[in-house]
Design a protein around this ligand. Structure first.
Ligand code: DC
Length: 222
């Protein structure tokens, strides 16, 4: 009988490199990839465009009811519009946490996220292991010092030819950590059964290799 494809989740704070690692694992294991930060970013963009503030209101609920996000490879779409670049701007970085902290937004997005999982999946975010896919076959929680995460974000921006100020990025990373980990609903924390991997002194290749070895152990255990 063919083996069931695994559900692997990778959680952790902003700028820890979850996306890059998770994408590579998905490519190697030939599994679909779900970037849940992109979904929260797409909701934030939608609300900002309509000037709907981050509080539970009839306007916000109404707009959420019409919201639909889809993926095609690395591209992200709201309805039919490609918003891949627009959801990654500093403006969205600065506004996404208050919308993500709203219970009404998280509850609505629970179903959006779960329905992406048909046959095996690599999902990355903040609460994949604790809330969205609590029964995942493998849960990895990546951490790295705020300084290292700010350095990685800076390098990423510079590579894209964008302006990057280390001190400004470091204070944004800290502010986002604070908001994401102290919110009442689904705060940023590892699941009890997650493997915690500190990537501060590890290269992208090292992190990928370690996660691949955890995934191999899961596959053997089946
Ligand atoms: O991973 P990211 O930087 O693209 O995520 C953007 C924001 O979305 C982040 O500040 C917190 C929120 N988020 C969340 O609350 N839950 C998730 N599963 C993923 C992201």
């Amino acid at each position: 009988m063919p083996k069931k494809a695994p559900v692997i989740v990778i959680d952790g704070p902003a700028g820890v490199g979850k996306s890059t690692v998770a994408r590579e694992i998905a490519r190697r294991l030939e599994l679909p990839f779900l970037d849940t930060g992109a979904i929260y970013r797409a909701v934030t963009l939608t609300m900002l465009r309509d000037n709907i503030p981050p509080s539970d209101s009839p306007e916000l609920r109404g707009r959420l009811g019409e919201f639909s996000v889809s993926f095609s490879g690395v591209r992200v779409f709201i309805g039919g519009e490609d918003v891949t670049d627009e959801i990654r701007t500093p403006h969205i970085d600065a506004n996404v946490s208050p919308y993500s902290a709203l219970p009404v937004v998280r509850e609505f997005l629970l179903e959006t996220q779960r329905k992406q999982q048909k046959d095996g999946l690599i999902a990355e975010g903040r609460d994949m292991g604790t809330v969205v896919f609590p029964g995942a076959d493998l849960k990895v929680y990546l951490i790295a010092s705020p300084e290292e995460r700010a350095r990685r974000r800076c390098a990423e921006r510079t590579t894209k030819g964008e302006h990057a100020d280390y001190d400004e990025i470091l204070s944004q990373v800290r502010a986002r950590d604070e908001m994401d980990s102290t919110r009442d609903i689904a705060p940023l924390k590892p699941a009890d059964d997650a493997i915690i991997l500190d990537t501060t002194d590890l290269s992208f290749e090292d992190v990928t290799a370690r996660v691949m070895s955890f995934a191999a152990l899961v596959a053997e255990g089946e």
